[in-house]
Write a protein that binds this ligand. Structure first.
Ligand code: CTP
Ligand code: MG
Length: 224
């Protein structure tokens, strides 16, 4: 029952507007991607697949070797969209029973959250990490007016890892690629849209932020 983490680092980081891609920026003298590699290496996952840009494969191989991240079995080239990168990771993880898909841009992922994710995916086949929203969230129209205000208790902010049985996620991806393209923003959405699987929510931590813009670097630094 092999459990594999797929760590994504093949994005362009366009919203960061920095010379160095956000997943390779330094926090406390280590590249952002190091933190996810370290957390998953110290967790009970069996193997890690790292998905990166073609130009960064060598650099990533060096990080993996220098730090003796022995669970990293494959470093593969990502694709144009996030879901293309995930699919490349899934192909490399083909002998796994479960996969945990994680944004390399979330360096503050904790080992207890990873373990909780593994425990739940083995039970339900599909689970995602999230936290209850603290703000009131409004649905708005394209002219900037409020349409309605969903009850806050029903709203969660979703992070990664998102974990699935290999069969469920592969099946969902294949159906997506076979059908008409829709804009998906996370892997759970693909499972929700293309399979009958119910996705379980697992409470994570507010510190598990995704680095997107400059100020996130400072916040992440405080959490690490
Ligand atoms: N990612 C990826 N392949 C892509 C796009 C994204 O592996 N084609 C990864 C990113 O490296 C990141 C994670 O998916 O770790 C979440 O994506 P996001 O935060 O949107 O990162 P970017 O797409 O790189 O940033 P931006 O949207 O600002 O360009
Ligand atoms: Mg993006």
């Amino acid at each position: 029952m092999k459990v594999t983490a797929i760590i994504l680092a093949a994005g362009k980081g366009s919203r960061m507007q920095s010379e160095i891609k956000k997943q390779y920026m330094m926090i406390k003298e280590r590249p952002v991607i190091w933190y996810s590699l370290n957390a998953f290496s110290e967790s009970s996952v069996d193997e890690i697949v790292l998905v990166t840009g073609e130009e960064e494969i060598e650099y990533c191989r060096k990080i993996v070797e220098d730090n003796a991240f022995k669970k990293v079995k494959h470093i593969v080239k990502g694709g144009k969209e996030r879901y293309n990168s995930v699919y490349e990771g899934l192909l490399a993880a083909k002998d796994s029973s479960y996969v945990l898909i994680h944004d390399g841009a979330r360096p503050a992922i904790s080992i207890p959250v990873i373990e909780k994710c593994i425990e739940y995916v083995k039970k339900s086949g599909a689970c995602i990490i999230g936290v209850p929203v603290k703000d009131t969230i409004k649905v708005i129209d394209d002219k900037g007016y409020v349409v309605n205000t969903p009850a806050r208790e029903t709203l969660w902010s979703i992070q990664t890892p998102q974990a699935f049985s290999y069969e469920i996620i592969m099946n969902a991806y294949k159906k997506m690629f076979d059908g008409n393209s829709v804009s998906v923003t996370d892997d759970s959405m693909i499972v929700e849209l293309y399979t009958g699987t119910k996705v379980e929510i697992v409470e994570g931590e507010y510190t598990n932020i995704k680095i997107t813009t400059k100020e996130d670097i400072i916040t992440a630094e405080n959490f690490l």
